[in-house]
Design a binder for this molecule. Structure first.
Ligand SMILES: Cc1ncc(C[n+]2csc(CCOP(=O)(O)OP(=O)(O)O)c2C)c(N)n1
Ligand SMILES: [Mg+2]
Length: 569
């Protein structure tokens, strides 16, 4: 008599569906709801069946950060799985960031058992009553593109692949799937058809040709067009394409929180400044939710303004008002390539205008370089160490393709960046993502140097012990540079900006700003097998960095507690 194969549980089928949908790793933080997942993983391993690699991450904030670093570098969707409503609660800062940064994360969470008796998954400990929400998905609904709860008998393949397809379609973003314990523990009825592999998944909509012709005409008529970028660099191919467009047609480019064009490109004028914004008679806002802060600077009243992006109105932002003369929905990468071609014809007879403009932009760039050089020279021997000088030293020692993660750390205008995934930041406001993103980036690119540069406050928000634990357990050696100014300088700066003549502006020590006595941060990494150093002397920074990079090659994580001065950027 042949023994019939034990039917796989829905939990096992869910694991197989993740793998078939392209999910190689799951950043996981478990609880009682994980019983069918753990049983499934062990059974699948026993049968020699492939399953996703579950990485144990002892805090959900780190799991969400790792997922984002992984997706930003690999370009693929990532998956986090957490414990019911409470694990979900701990992911929310990460979820808010993923939503604003358009990162495709499938966040899955168990649900407390929904039955008191009658199922192997029914409630068996008191917290199963305590952990029930009337609407668990409602906790996160404002911050995800789609949410769903698995019910008995449903086709898990269809649900998982739908979740990931929606996360990956532009504008990308997180999705949420809740998985009640009984549903996961059920015998599988029908998983539905296995997801088909679709390279690129949903191909984003291209901008309408007539609209781009109109935009190209407006650019060709302008004396001083300016492209203001937000996160267009994350659109495949857009980073390089923007460099080529700007060079061909002599168009100045300013960037927002992250660079979207190579540092060395002569048309790259760095972060937007008031005089640059005012000098433009035509502005292209390229996938930027906040091209400028109106309270600080305004474009010339006669300047024409074009907005291009997957969702150029940023409908998930409640309040947003910027002048618009032409708004084009569509992939920024495609728009850049098409505009470059269109402008070749439209500017053919205007070479004198283009040449004059090129000279003007290069003059502006030369002035910016001069100011930067002066600042670096001035900061070379200042103590406490200047963040600008740290960036300058990183340029001397890092590989060209190193990944720098920034969270109130190294200012990108002082870093040499040649590709879009070499600089990772978060534009979205919830601190605590830096060190975890570095781990996710390292998982996606094991052969690249990964260096996170984070404020002392940001480091502490990042649940550092959990991050250093994962670094050792998963063999993901990164260099963490804590920019330690012993305070939340951003909070001081906000107080000075709102009350420049107030009493607080006259004080050295402020409530809800100071972080003294500062911890010995280097010892936190040491507790997880890492190498830690306190760096105070600017002259010792480069040798220390060289030492650190050698240790990373040997597989050891490193933390530098860098005693820094205040950020100028
Ligand atoms: C989760 C979260 N809590 C609080 C804040 C408010 N906040 C913004 S910047 C900042 C201080 C950051 O300090 P640090 O990383 O040391 O950088 P510094 O400003 O000192 O350069 C704080 C508390 C936030 N953005 N996110
Ligand atoms: Mg600080």
């Amino acid at each position: 008599m042949t023994e019939s194969k034990k039917p796989a549980s829905v939990g096992e089928a869910y694991l197989a569906a993740l793998l078939a949908s392209g999910v190689k790793h799951v950043f996981a933080n478990g609880g009682t709801d994980f019983a069918p997942i753990i049983e499934g993983l062990v059974q699948m391993k026993g049968r020699g069946e492939p399953a996703p690699n579950f990485i144990t991450v002892p805090h959900e904030n780190v799991a969400m950060a790792m997922a984002q670093g992984y997706s930003k570098v690999s370009g693929e969707a990532s998956c986090v799985m957490v414990h019911v409503n409470v694990g979900t609660a701990n992911t929310i800062c990460g979820l808010m960031n993923a939503a604003r940064d358009n990162v495709p994360v499938l966040l899955a969470a168990g649900r407390t058992p929904l039955t008191e008796t009658g199922h192997i998954g029914s409630r068996d400990v008191p917290i199963h009553w305590a952990q029930e929400n009337f609407d668990q998905n409602g906790i996160v609904r404002e911050h995800v593109k789609w949410d769903y709860e698995l019910r008995h008998g449903q086709p898990i393949n269809t649900i998982v692949s739908r979740a990931i397809d929606i996360a990956m379609s532009e504008p990308r973003g997180p999705v949420y799937l809740s998985l009640p314990r009984e549903a996961l523990g059920d015998d599988l009825v029908d998983a539905g058809p296995l997801p088909r592999v679709m390279p690129g998944r949903t191909i984003p909509a291209a901008p309408a040709l007539e609209a781009l012709e109109q935009a190209a005409d407006m650019i060709a008529r302008a004396q001083m067009p300016l492209i203001i970028t937000g996160r267009s660099g994350t659109s495949p191919g857009a980073f390089e394409a923007l460099g080529a467009l700007a060079l061909d047609h002599a168009i100045a480019v300013a960037s927002g929180p992250a660079p979207n064009i190579a540092s060395a490109n002569p048309m790259n004028l760095g972060m937007l400044s008031k005089p640059l914004l005012e000098s433009a008679d035509l502005i292209v806002v390229l996938d930027s939710p906040v091209p400028w802060v109106p309270r600080n600077m305004q474009p010339n009243a006669n300047a024409k303004i074009i907005h291009i992006g997957h969702d150029p109105l940023f409908h998930t932002y409640p309040l947003r008002g910027f002048p618009m003369d032409l708004v084009i929905a569509g992939a920024p990468g495609a728009a850049i390539v098409m505009l470059r071609e269109m402008l070749k014809g439209k500017l053919r007879d205007k070479s004198a205008v283009v040449d004059a403009r090129r000279a003007r932009i290069m003059e502006m760039r030369a002035k910016i370089d001069e100011v930067r050089k002066g600042l670096i020279e001035k900061m070379t021997s200042t103590s406490p160490i200047s963040p600008i000088y740290v960036a300058h030293c990183l340029n001397q020692v890092k590989n060209e393709d190193a990944i720098i993660v920034e969270e109130l750390g190294a200012p990108y205008p002082f870093l040499d960046i040649t590709r879009s995934d070499s600089f990772i930041t978060g534009a979205s406001g919830a601190l605590g993502m830096g060190i975890g993103q570095a781990l996710g980036a390292k998982l996606a690119a094991p052969h690249r140097q990964v260096i996170s540069t984070v404020g002392d406050g940001s480091y502490m928000f990042g649940v550092p012990l959990a991050a250093h634990y994962v670094s050792r357990a998963e063999k993901l050696p990164t260099l963490t540079m804590v920019f330690n100014n012993s305070q939340w300088y951003a909070v001081r700066r906000a107080t000075m900006s709102m009350y420049p003549d107030g009493d607080a502006a006259k004080q050295n020590s402020l409530p809800v700003v100071d972080l003294a006595p500062s911890p010995d941060f280097e010892k936190v990494a040491e507790s997880c097998g890492g190498h830690g150093e306190r760096v105070e002397d600017p002259a010792k920074l480069i040798p220390a960095l060289e030492r650190a990079l050698r240790k990373l090659e040997d597989g050891q994580q490193v933390l530098f507690n860098v005693i820094t001065g205040l950020r100028q950027y």
